[in-house]
Design a protein. Structure first.
Length: 272
């Protein structure tokens, strides 16, 4: 079982790959192949071709949430691979709702009808199992008092825009013999909330590995969110953390004080 990062803000020095401020990775578990997020542009698919990976052979696309840097590559996927509803796309029901920051569109670019034309669409707030070991977590329970306190732009409900607390932000959990592997896109719902909900969903208290964006961007080491996230990780027996995408250097260094932090970027292959 492995995860291959197709695009990230950072690029490893291999395969002549390129990066962009987005995230996409391929998860492979024997007969199941899952494309988790699709980046901002066609770059994940161009990088995949440079690595000799055929993304036309996937079974699922899973979208962590509806922001542009995780969904706008969907149009390029359709152009490259011409899916005909034989592939399943899984997301939260709010992922395709219009989102904006000021006057700027930060949500889905493609209309829902086009998505339904090309894919078998599963929209669910409940955990959805892609195979017996891998789950899309659905709507993440917000159980602590320090994450997801600030809205990220606006989202449209019933014709009007309101503060967006990212109910659509989700993640994936994979059950392995050594413990859970948690893979996040941006963690707007909070990486600590995500890990706790993964434990609850998978009925497993051991977390082996965490991979993905954690939305930790403060330049202040005393920032409440960063301090409490570091404290949370300190109390967990996680073998290794791979923070990427929307996680800055300061945050990686702080997490690295309490847990082992691995280098990750476009081209990284993590086996578990």
């Amino acid at each position: 079982m492995k995860a291959t990062v197709l695009v990230d803000n950072y690029v490893q020095n291999k395969h002549e790959l390129q990066g962009e401020p987005s995230f996409s990775c391929l998860i492979e578990d024997e007969g199941t192949r899952i494309l988790f997020d699709v980046g901002y542009s066609s770059l994940p698919f161009r990088n995949a071709r440079r690595m000799g990976i055929d993304l036309g052979a996937i079974d699922f696309i899973v979208l962590s949430h509806g922001h542009l840097d995780h969904t706008w590559g969907l149009g390029s996927y359709i152009k490259y691979y011409k899916p005909d509803r034989t592939k399943t796309i899984v997301m939260h029901p709010d992922a395709m709702k219009p989102k904006k920051d000021g006057r700027r569109n930060i949500g889905f670019k493609m209309d829902a009808a086009t998505v339904h034309d090309h894919f078998n669409v599963i929209e669910t707030k409940e955990p959805y199992w892609l195979n017996p070991r891998i789950a899309f977590l659905g709507e993440i329970e917000r159980t602590n008092d320090f994450e997801n306190k600030q809205p990220v732009g606006k989202v449209q409900y019933n014709g009007s825009f309101e503060d967006d607390y990212m109910t659509d932000d989700s993640a994936m959990a994979i059950d392995t013999a050594e413990g859970l592997v948690v893979i996040s896109g941006c963690s707007h719902s909070g990486i600590c909330n995500i890990i706790e909900y993964a434990k609850k969903t998978m009925k497993h208290d051991t977390v082996r590995m965490v991979i993905g964006g954690m939305h930790l961007l403060s330049e202040e080491p005393g920032n409440e969110l960063l301090v409490k996230t570091r404290e949370y990780f300190s109390g967990q027996k996680i073998d290794i953390v791979y923070p990427c995408h929307c996680t800055n250097l300061m945050s990686k260094l702080e997490i690295g004080k309490v847990r082992s932090v691995g280098e990750i970027g476009a081209g990284t292959v993590v086996e578990f």
